[in-house]
Ligand binder design. Structure first.
Ligand SMILES: [Zn+2]
Length: 323
């Protein structure tokens, strides 16, 4: 095929002008293919078609017509050659698309896994959990006749957290004497939920109050820690009632417990005291005002399922002694 210039040179200047003018009007600028009947007149010439490996038919190139007989052929893009419509090529393309989708899904899953891991690590750092709590899981808990019911309740609570915390009674009050494994169960709930990406704060009440107080002293602003305590998916207060009660502890605990109550967010507590005795424990000595303590415990009464831990202390009974 003669090149465009050779072709033009055989024509008179008037004819050349006519053709050039015609080109500007012959077709709108836009996508074209290399099997176009006019393709031989365009510059540059179209690339040779590629044989379909499945049926041997020609596959043509796509391009863009820029007017005046000039075309830009798409040579280097993945979809440069217009694929054959035969069954073999159709199946091949479908398979490639499927592989591509699978790869995208896989990359997305890996990305989500990484993000979950980052979230878990971040939540563990901000959980306030003492290091020794971190190893206390359901699998390391020693189940006995005395504690098996409490164990099952706590395990079910962690396993079905989203469902169970939709209910009005969305928390647990794990109640029993020292050394019965209350803290272990509470920590196990925290560890299981943290591993599923939940934001859990799990602290002994004494530590929690000390942390609030320390933050308050440093810059007069306890908003961040208080906000975390009020908004975490789950707040676990270990050993509630152990703290020495003052007006401040009583009011601070009430503020946290009430905020979570208002937002229908769950609380798990462990305590050596019955809920009734907790009011006395949380009321400052010599104070006639037990309103904050009573109101806080009222909220717990209303929202927490009681999980009694009865029987012998397993820590001491392991050594052959009983409490
Ligand atoms: Zn084909």
């Amino acid at each position: 095929m003669r090149s465009l210039n050779n072709l033009l040179n055989t024509l008179s200047p008037a004819e050349q002008t006519e053709i050039r003018t015609g080109w500007t009007n012959d077709r709108p600028n836009g996508p074209v293919t290399s099997d176009d009947p006019d393709a031989g007149l365009w510059e540059p010439k179209p690339p040779e078609p590629v044989k379909c490996p499945y049926c041997g038919n020609n596959q043509y190139y796509a391009g863009y017509y820029h007017g005046h007989g000039r075309v830009q052929w798409y040579l280097n893009t993945v979809d440069a050659v217009i694929p054959c419509k035969c069954d073999g090529m159709t199946r091949h393309i479908e398979k490639q698309r499927e592989l591509y989708r699978q790869r995208l899904d896989q990359e997305k899953a890996e990305q989500q896994k990484k993000e979950l891991k980052r979230l878990i690590e971040k939540n563990i750092r901000s959980s306030g959990m003492p290091e020794k709590f971190r190893r206390r899981t359901f699998s390391t808990f020693q189940v006995s006749n005395e504690n098996s019911k409490a164990f099952r309740t706590c395990k079910a609570y962690a396993d079905r957290f989203d469902e169970l915390t939709e209910r009005e009674q969305n928390g647990l009050a794990i109640i029993g004497p020292i050394g019965t494994g209350k803290t272990h169960l509470a920590a196990a709930i925290a560890n299981e939920l943290l591993q599923s990406g939940k934001k859990v704060i799990c602290m002994p009440s004494v530590d929690m109050l000390a942390k609030i107080r320390a933050t308050y002293r440093e810059d007069g602003n306890d908003d961040e820690i208080m906000n975390d305590l009020k908004t975490a998916d789950l707040l676990i207060i270990d050993d509630l009632g152990k703290e020495k009660a003052t007006e401040w502890t009583s009011q601070t605990l009430y503020t946290i417990i009430n905020a979570r109550y208002e937002n229908e967010l769950p609380i798990v507590i462990t305590t050596n005291y019955t809920l009734k005795n907790l009011v006395d424990r949380m009321t400052p000595a010599g104070s006639q005002d037990s309103i904050s303590a009573a109101a806080a415990v009222d909220r717990l009464y209303e929202t927490c399922i009681e999980v009694p831990m009865i029987g012998k202390s397993w820590r001491t009974s392991q050594h052959g002694r009983t409490v």
